[in-house]
Design a binder for this molecule. Structure first.
Ligand SMILES: Nc1nc2c(ncn2[C@@H]2O[C@H](COP(=O)(O)OP(=O)(O)O)[C@@H](O)[C@H]2O)c(=O)[nH]1
Ligand SMILES: [Mg+2]
Length: 367
């Protein structure tokens, strides 16, 4: 006796497998429905498992000797046989294509949302966390699309620390340092914030740059300072910090630009660290462009960790539609978001990074 288990997409396909391997005399011992694959058991496909048995001797096909008395097929018989074979093959293909269709469609709201979250490049473990809670609702059939969206939005908001824009201190200037790789938009963001707080809120703002490394960096900040009619100071060496800070002691807000550097340039990061330790900023905001790959952002967040940044600014939101990186970076760094920038225009293209706004972006429901 030979016993074998067959798994197929449907019963017809399973029986076809049994018969073609074990022969027509095979006995079916058991059939049942099982589920295979999927994520969190959500998208598993239903399959059919058939356990069949046959007599070993019967299943072995005897090596037939050519029948010396057989009448040779006439040519038109041969053709007919070929036609029948072709038709059988066509039916087989049709059966295969039909059985390839999933038995149970993924409920549309959840399927669409899962796809959307994946296309937003959110980390898989975060998607799983979000989906976990709705799974029960979906299996009990008690949901509709708007419920799911509201649930997900709340879930995302609960995963993000509340927005932490710049805090103003009572009797001393708030000293805010901006750090991050080259070209992410540090200087432009500083100009936007300077305009926002000086023009719109009437605060006494000053700009300081320690980026004396990149050609034109000082001039870039000075241009913004001239336009806004606010002071701009340059620091070449940490030893100059006390003099500059004394000069600006009557300001309410000092925005400090630093040189951008590759996360792999340990020497440069050390240099920024010693500058920051001398300045003692009241807040350090890490600036991240959302056009960066998540993997690279993790490396940046890790390499700059020794600078003790507490807040994250996300720039260039206008250059992508995949906002999952924002969630990935916030969850992995455990920092608060502070601002989002959505274009090159100074001062307009900036806003406070509210958790609700981030959730909308991640769910693709906001422009
Ligand atoms: N599309 C877009 N470009 C931006 C944004 N913020 C800054 N930029 C541009 O990015 C480039 C580098 O900006 P910059 O402030 O000099 O970067 P830094 O090297 O980090 O100081 C400039 O061309 C900016 O106009 C933004 O939110 N969206
Ligand atoms: Mg710059």
């Amino acid at each position: 006796m030979r016993i074998k288990t067959y798994i197929a997409d449907n019963i017809q396909e399973a029986l076809y497998k049994v018969k073609s391997e074990l022969g027509r005399d095979a006995i079916i011992l058991q059939t049942r429905q099982i589920k295979k694959g999927g994520i969190l058991g959500l998208f598993s496909k239903p399959k059919v498992e058939v356990i069949a048995a046959c007599d070993v001797n019967r299943s072995e096909r005897p090596q037939l000797k050519p029948n010396p008395y057989a009448i040779p097929l006439r040519e038109n018989h041969q053709e007919k046989l070929e036609d029948i074979k072709n038709e059988i093959n066509e039916v087989k293909d049709l059966l295969k294509s039909l059985s390839a269709k999933p038995f149970l469609e993924i409920p549309p709201p959840l399927g669409e949302i899962y796809q959307k979250l994946t296309s937003m490049e959110i980390e898989k473990n975060l998607i799983d966390k979000m989906i976990e809670g709705i799974k029960q609702k979906v299996t009990s059939g008690d949901f509709d699309k708007s419920d799911v969206i509201t649930y997900l939005k709340n879930q995302i908001v609960s995963m993000i620390k509340p927005a932490e824009p710049i805090r103003f201190l009572e009797n001393e200037p708030s000293k805010i340092a901006f750090i991050g790789p080259t070209g992410v938009g540090k200087t432009t963001t500083i100009a936007k914030l300077a305009a926002m707080y000086s023009l719109n809120q009437g605060k006494k703002v000053a700009l300081v740059t320690a980026d004396t490394y990149r050609v034109g960096a000082v001039e870039q900040l000075k241009t913004y300072g001239d336009l806004l009619e606010i002071p701009v100071e340059v620091i070449f060496e940490p030893t100059e910090v006390p003099v500059v800070m004394k000069k600006l002691s009557d300001c309410e807000l000092i925005l400090i630009d630093t040189m951008g550097t590759s996360p792999r340039n340990k020497m440069q990061i050390k240099k920024i660290k010693s500058l920051i330790e001398t300045i003692k900023p009241t807040e350090i905001h890490m600036v991240i462009s959302v056009t960066t790959k998540t993997k690279d952002v993790y490396e940046i967040l890790e390499s700059y960790k020794e600078l003790n940044y507490q807040k994250l600014i996300f720039t260039k939101l206008d250059e992508t539609r995949s906002y999952g990186l924002i969630l990935n970076a916030i969850c992995s760094s455990n920092c608060s978001p502070s601002y989002l920038t959505i274009g090159q225009n100074v001062p307009d293209d900036i806003e406070v990074a509210s958790a609700a706004k981030i959730a909308d972006l991640v769910l693709g429901g906001s422009n």
